[in-house]
Write a protein that binds this ligand. Structure first.
Ligand code: NAD
Length: 379
């Protein structure tokens, strides 16, 4: 049975869906692995490393995809690639279905059986497959690295013969997977770190990393978490109180990293223009929610801008800026999802369509969009 790995075509996508490590693992199980030429180049994985791991290199998408029963990808395949995916093949990746229903319908029409791993439930069994967590963690780390690289000052306190340098103050808004890693990274670099979130459970996590928790802790806050562990949208009254508290705090910060998201909605606005203008010249904001509309009024998705001497970084695909590590973890997530579908003795696919994880992530099958939420949005 053949498993194909595509070279990503989406603009700015540097990651790849298999590394020599995961290709080697599948190859050792007796599967035929085909990598589209140059697929790992932007992630620093040359074709020769895949060949050494037992994979073959396809010179183009058509050759790579010929007779493949499984196709692994990061983003949705380009239309030119989709044409060569055979009907009935499995396609596994981060297919970003919501808001892209037209493209998903095209995948359905091609007869492809598509799984979108952003839809995995966040249960213990799915943790090894959780692409949202593996990539958000790296985005949180990289957000601090990007901020420090343009900050122009040192992060830790330094007591030198030439005098003392004060530590940088870093404030992280949204203490989910990305935010907690941003806190940990900024702490490792020696900054004085504080953080906020609307979920009460975040307080203990923030404090356990040695950061100060800043939030209006009223009755609404104490109940502000869904059963799934996600943030709820807060009342206008709470938002106003919280905005006032954080505005005063932000004026005294050197670096602010925003990561706040609410599933299925546009990112909440946390920082208005006047708050940016209250910050000192040379301060830096990184808006990790840029791809979903941004937490900061002036964020320009995909770019760094400067307003009143404050740099605002709105890079999308932050994890793609450390592509080798992002691909390494993403590829391992994919293999963890794929492995239970493989009959290793017979070297063929064996899917349990009733499995909770398969049901949650399956979006197209037998020519139709089968995920109820996406099918409804596509009508
Ligand atoms: P996310 O990316 O949806 O949101 C990022 C953070 O922003 C969240 O912590 C959220 O509470 C916060 N936020 C939303 N609105 C805000 C506002 N107005 N002000 C400040 N903060 C705001 O979240 P995530 O990183 O995917 O994590 C969400 C939850 O899922 C967490 O509880 C996390 O621990 C949990 N989780 C569980 C598993 C698992 O069990 N397998 C895996 C990953 C995450």
């Amino acid at each position: 049975m053949k498993i194909a790995i595509l070279r990503e075509r989406a603009e700015g996508e540097t990651r790849v869906a298999a590394t020599p490590e995961t290709a080697g693992k599948l190859s050792a199980l007796g599967f035929e692995i085909a990598i589209e030429a140059g697929a790992g180049a932007a992630s620093r994985y040359p074709d020769s490393a895949y060949e050494a791991a037992g994979a073959s290199i396809g010179r183009d998408a058509r050759t790579t995809l010929a007779n493949a029963e499984v196709v692994l990808c990061v983003r949705r395949p380009a239309p030119s690639q989709l044409r060569s995916v055979r009907s009935g093949a499995l396609l596994i990746g981060a297919l970003d279905p919501f808001g892209n229903e037209g493209e998903i319908a095209a995948i359905a029409r091609a007869g492809v059986v598509a799984f979108s791993l952003e839809l995995l439930p966040r249960i213990t069994r799915a943790q090894t497959m959780d692409i949202l967590s593996s990539q958000a963690n790296l985005a949180g780390y990289q957000s601090v690295i990007e901020a420090t690289s343009v900050f122009g000052r040192a992060m830790p306190m330094m007591m030198t013969a030439a005098g003392t340098v004060r530590p940088a103050k870093v404030f992280v808004m949204g203490a989910g997977v990305a935010g907690l890693q941003a806190i940990a990274t900024a702490r490792r670099l020696g900054a004085v770190v504080s953080a906020t979130d609307v979920r009460p459970a975040a307080k203990e996590q923030v404090e356990s990393l040695g950061a100060k928790f800043i939030a209006v802790e009223d009755d609404e806050f104490r109940q502000a978490e869904t059963a799934g562990g996600y943030a709820k949208e807060m009342s206008a009254e709470y938002r106003d109180k919280q905005a006032e508290l954080t505005a005063q705090h932000i004026a005294k910060q050197d670096i602010v990293i925003t990561t706040a998201l609410i599933p299925g909605r546009a990112a909440p606005r946390l920082i208005d223009r006047d708050v940016v203008e209250s910050m000192s010249e040379g301060s830096v904001i990184v808006d990790l929610a840029a791809e979903r509309g941004g937490n900061v009024e002036m964020t320009k998705p995909g770019a760094m801008i400067e307003h009143n001497g404050v740099k605002i970084i709105g890079f999308t695909n932050m994890q793609g800026r450390i592509p080798a590590t992002a691909s390494q973890l993403y590829a391992r997530n994919l293999i963890a999802f794929l492995e239970p579908m493989l009959d290793k003795a017979e070297r063929e696919l064996k899917l349990d369509w009733d499995d909770e994880l398969i049901k949650a992530t399956l979006i197209t099958r037998e020519g139709a969009i089968v995920h109820p939420g996406i099918a409804a949005a596509a009508e």
